[in-house]
Write a protein that binds this ligand. Structure first.
Ligand SMILES: [Zn+2]
Length: 480
C-alpha cells in the first residue's frame, strides 16, 4: 500500500508521524487549529485525469465535501500559488519533489503547515500548502482503489486526506477514515473524519460561560472547573479556567486586576473564537495579575486562569480569587443577553451607560464628586412592540433590591413583596430610552463609596407577572 503522505511542519524537512499511543477520541487531532473555522485555498492546477475530470474539479469537490460535512469552510480562490512559498497563502500543485526534498518512494503528497504560537492552547495554523507527487500516476474515480480497466490512484481521495491535514487533523489508525495513513478503498469522508473536524471547529464552548458584570467578581478556581484542555481540545494544559462573556458595541479601554490569597492569577482576554488577544502583565514577585487593554467593538471573553503546575513557590494553583473590572468606552454597551422571569425566549436587547461628561465617554467607576447621568435603552422584541406595557428599573445595593416608581423614587422590593413596581406604564415603542438620573453628584448626598448594579426590564399589560430583562448589571462603582 502507498503511504498517502507526510505531514510537514514548517519548511524545514521535519517529517512528523503523529500517532498517539492512547487517543482520547478515535479521531486524531494534535490541538492545532485555524484561529477561525475557515481559510482561503488557492487552486489552479493544469491538466486532466484520464477519466476526463480536471485535477481542479476533483480538488474543489474535495474542498466542498469538507465544507458541507463540517463547520470548517475552505474558501476557493481560483488562482495558482506556489505551495512552497512562505507567503501566508494556502496553495496546491504538482511537483517532482516537495520544496526541494525528495518525496521518497511511497509518498503521494505532502501537506506543509505553518503555525503562529498561541498564549493558550497549542499553536494555531497560519498556512497549509499541499504538494502532490507528480511522479505518481493519478486518475479520478469513485469506489475501490484498484479497479479493472482503471489506471492510476484516485486523486480526489488524496485531496480529501491532505485537506484534512490542512484543517488540523492527524492520521487515524484505529478506524475507517479518509485520514488513515494509507490510501484505500474509502473514497469519501467518514464519520470519524467529520467528528475530528467538528471537535476542532464546531464552535461549542465545552465550559460554563458566565456573563461579565463589571465591578468586582468573586469566584474560585478548583478541580470542579473547566480546564484549558476542555476548552481547547488537543491542549495538554489541565489548569482550571473560568470564562466571562461580554460584548462591546463601542470601543473601550478595560482595566482588569485579579488577586487571590492562594493562587497564581492569570488574566486573559480572548476574542469570540477563543483566540487570546491580551494577557496579564504581572508585577514581579506577585501572585496577582493586571491587564489594561483597548478593545474595538466585538464579542469577547474575560478568562480567569492559573497554572497546571506551580510556577512560583509563594503562589498556589487553586482557590478563591477576585477580579476588579472597570472600563471606559466611547458609548453605551450591551448589558448581557436577554432573559425573562419565566425563562421564555425573547428577542430584545438591552444597553446602558453612565457618563460624567454628558456622553463624551461612558464607564463604571467614578469619583464621588462626578456629576453622573445614568441611562439605558431597550430594543423591544418585535412581537411586543406597539402593545400596552411597562418599564422597570431595579438597583441592587448591598443585597437589597430597589425599584424605581413612577414618582422617580427607589423603593425597597422587600416593602412590597411580590409586586413589580413600575417606572412607567406606556405603549411600547421599538426602542425605549430610560433615564435613571441626571446630574447626580454622589458626594452631595453624602456618598463617598457605593456599588450599585442597575437592571432594566419591561413587561406587557396582558401578562403583568412576566418581565423581560438582561443578565449583566450596569455597574456603578463610586470610590474616592
Ligand atoms: Zn496523511
Amino acid at each position: 500500500m502507498f503511504h498517502i503522505c507526510k505531514i510537514v511542519i514548517g519548511i524545514s524537512v521535519q517529517v512528523v508521524l503523529l500517532l498517539s499511543v492512547a487517543p482520547v477520541s478515535a479521531f486524531e487531532i494534535d490541538g492545532s487549529r485555524w484561529p477561525t473555522a475557515e481559510t482561503e485555498f488557492y487552486v489552479h492546477m493544469n491538466g486532466l485525469a484520464a477519466s476526463g475530470i480536471s485535477w481542479n474539479t476533483a480538488f474543489i469537490a474535495a474542498m466542498n465535501d469538507w465544507n458541507e460535512a463540517t463547520s470548517f469552510n475552505f474558501i476557493l480562490r481560483e488562482e495558482n500559488r506556489d505551495p512552497c512559498a512562505n507567503d501566508g497563502l494556502n496553495g496546491v500543485d504538482f511537483s517532482d519533489d516537495f520544496c526541494g526534498t525528495s518525496f521518497g518512494n511511497s509518498t503521494l503528497a505532502v501537506t506543509v503547515r505553518r503555525f503562529d504560537s498561541a498564549v493558550l492552547g497549542e499553536p494555531t495554523i497560519s498556512q497549509a500548502d499541499i504538494v502532490i507527487n507528480q511522479t505518481k500516476q493519478f486518475n479520478v474515480y469513485d469506489g475501490n482503489l484498484i479497479q479493472f480497466g482503471i489506471q492510476g490512484l484516485d486523486f480526489r481521495r488524496v485531496a480529501l486526506h491532505e485537506l484534512g491535514h490542512a484543517i488540523g487533523l492527524d492520521h487515524e489508525t484505529n478506524t475507517n477514515a479518509i485520514m488513515a495513513p494509507n490510501i484505500g478503498n474509502l473514497d469519501r469522508l467518514q464519520a470519524d473524519d467529520i467528528a475530528g473536524a467538528e471537535k476542532l471547529y464546531d464552535g461549542a464552548i465545552n465550559c460554563v460561560v458566565q456573563e461579565l458584570g463589571f465591578g468586582i467578581i468573586s469566584n474560585a478556581l478548583d478541580a470542579f472547573d473547566c480546564t484549558v484542555s476542555d476548552l481547547l481540545p488537543g491542549s495538554s494544559d489541565t489548569s482550571p479556567i473560568d470564562l466571562y462573556r461580554f460584548e462591546l458595541t463601542n470601543a473601550a479601554i478595560l482595566n482588569l486586576s485579579m488577586s487571590s490569597a492562594t493562587l497564581d492569577s492569570v488574566l486573559l482576554l480572548a476574542d469570540s473564537n477563543l483566540q487570546v488577544i491580551g494577557f496579564d502583565n504581572k508585577s514581579s514577585n506577585s501572585c496577582d495579575s493586571s491587564l489594561t487593554q483597548f478593545l474595538p467593538p466585538g464579542s469577547y471573553f474575560l478568562m480567569a486562569n492559573t497554572f497546571d503546575v506551580p510556577v512560583k513557590t509563594e503562589c498556589g494553583i487553586s482557590g478563591e480569587y477576585q477580579i476588579n473590572a472597570s472600563f471606559n468606552s466611547d458609548g453605551q454597551n450591551p448589558l448581557g443577553s436577554a432573559t425573562s422571569l419565566s425563562g421564555a425566549a425573547i428577542n430584545a436587547s438591552f444597553s446602558g451607560g453612565i457618563t460624567a461628561n454628558n456622553g463624551g465617554s461612558f464607564g463604571n467607576k467614578f469619583n464621588p464628586n462626578a456629576s453622573l447621568d445614568i441611562s439605558a435603552q431597550i430594543t423591544i422584541d418585535p412581537l411586543h412592540q406597539g402593545q400596552a406595557g411597562f418599564l422597570v428599573v431595579a438597583a441592587a445595593v448591598d443585597g437589597q433590591i430597589l425599584l424605581l416608581n413612577e414618582q422617580g423614587q427607589f423603593v425597597d422590593l422587600a416593602a412590597n413583596p411580590g409586586v413589580i413596581t413600575r417606572a412607567v406604564n406606556k405603549t411600547l415603542s421599538a426602542v425605549e430610552s430610560i433615564t435613571v438620573v441626571e446630574n447626580l453628584v454622589p458626594a452631595s448626598l453624602g456618598i463617598s463609596e457605593m456599588v450599585v448594579g442597575f437592571y432594566f426590564g419591561y413587561g406587557l399589560a396582558s401578562n403583568p407577572d412576566e418581565l423581560y430583562f438582561h443578565q449583566a448589571p450596569l455597574n456603578l462603582t463610586v470610590a474616592p
